[in-house]
Design a protein around this ligand. Structure first.
Ligand code: SAH
Length: 343
């Protein structure tokens, strides 16, 4: 059986041709799938025998809502989905004045091991299929009744560690016969996997690259992010400069403020120096206190921001949403896993 929702429009057209069908059938099936139907029988403008043939060869993914939390503070919705194989992943829907953003997971768990992150505590279980990333957007939209204007690949997982499937997902979500979400409305966040950044630069997509930097010096960065031992912060900055030269796109640097680790004035100065030469934007994030972590939030965000701005680097302090529903990634899945272990 083949996962039909991971197929591109061109592949679907070929597959239907191979079944002796006219080319337009591929497009028909594609648009049904991307409207969220969960059975071939629901594809009412297909002849019955064709629906039967499809059901023999293909399956349609559709996650179940294992848990849904709605923030009373700001309407943020967090979904815990159960996938076909029983694994669980999270998706968050955030509403801003400029539209609704869905934060998509790319893997079940993560193997990058960042010390402050809840998603990586139990390691990586498996990659998500393109269909499983698409479903997060599709079923969030259908369940919430809200339109989705933006996608951020900032949920559980490292997108560069599953890049083939991520790129295919982007092709699907970008398709005019599907959700039709423009690349300019997509952000891809990486902990700093340099070959992935270079591969993305070659493709020249219009998406926004976010780099989870969190420290400008190797000593501090290695302390909190093991990926720094594979791709050192200077290699990472070199890749960012190459990315900007190739694509002309501004990079967004994520920087979670951690008390006594990455919040000194000297680190702000060093960060500014390393960004110089490209139009980078620094997003200062109040560290979410993860129970398992030894690291504590810094109180120096405003001072750090001022210091960066004095060097001519634009920096913002991210507004935190969904504080009452554990909306930061990995936290809900962790709780669900713990619940299971206790049961
Ligand atoms: N693996 C990718 C995308 C998922 S993480 C990446 O690392 O970019 C999404 C963002 O949340 C990253 O910037 C990550 O560093 C950050 N993050 C993880 N745990 C956090 C915490 N406890 N507080 C604040 N930000 C956190």
């Amino acid at each position: 059986m083949t996962d039909i929702k991971s197929m591109t429009p061109a592949e679907l057209t070929d597959a239907l041709r191979a079944l002796g069908e006219a080319a337009y059938r591929g497009k028909q099936v594609f648009s049904w799938l991307h409207r969220g139907v969960t059975s071939f029988d629901a594809m009412s403008d297909l002849p019955k025998p064709l629906r039967g043939k499809l059901a023999e060869r293909f399956y349609i993914t559709a996650p179940n809502i294992a848990r849904k939390q709605v923030s009373k503070l700001d309407g943020t919705i967090k979904y815990l989905w159960e996938l076909r194989d029983g694994n669980c992943i999270e998706t968050v829907l955030m509403s801003y004045h400029h539209g609704n953003t869905v934060c998509v997971s790319t893997q079940v768990g993560c193997r990058m091991g960042c010390k402050f992150c809840a998603s990586t505590v139990a390691g990586k279980v498996r990659d998500l299929a393109p269909s499983e990333m698409l479903d997060q957007v599709l079923f969030t939209k259908l369940d919430s009744g809200r339109e989705v204007s933006n996608i951020v690949l900032m949920g559980i997982g490292e997108p560069m560690d599953n890049l083939d499937n991520v790129l295919r997902f982007l092709e699907l979500v970008n398709s005019p016969d599907g959700l039709n979400i423009g690349m300019r409305h997509v952000s891809l966040s990486t902990c700093g996997v340099v070959p992935g950044i270079d591969r993305l630069a070659e493709l020249g997509l219009q998406l926004t690259l976010s780099v989870s930097l969190h420290a400008p010096d190797s000593a501090a960065r290695s302390r909190i992010m093991p990926v720094n031992n594979a791709y050192d912060v200077d290699e990472l900055f070199a890749a960012c400069h190459r990315y900007f030269e190739k694509t002309g796109r501004r990079i967004s640097f994520e920087y979670a403020m951690i008390d006594g680790v990455n919040d000194s004035d000297a680190q702000a100065d060093l960060l500014a120096r390393k960004i110089r030469g490209m139009p980078g934007h620094v997003n200062l994030i109040p560290l979410n206190d993860v129970v398992e972590s030894e690291f504590k939030p810094s109180r120096r965000a405003a001072a750090f921001q001022k210091r960066l701005e004095a060097h001519g680097i634009t920096a913002t302090v991210r507004r935190s949403l969904g504080g009452d529903i554990d909306a930061s990634c990995g936290q809900l899945r962790r709780k669900a896993m713990e619940g299971r272990e206790e049961a």
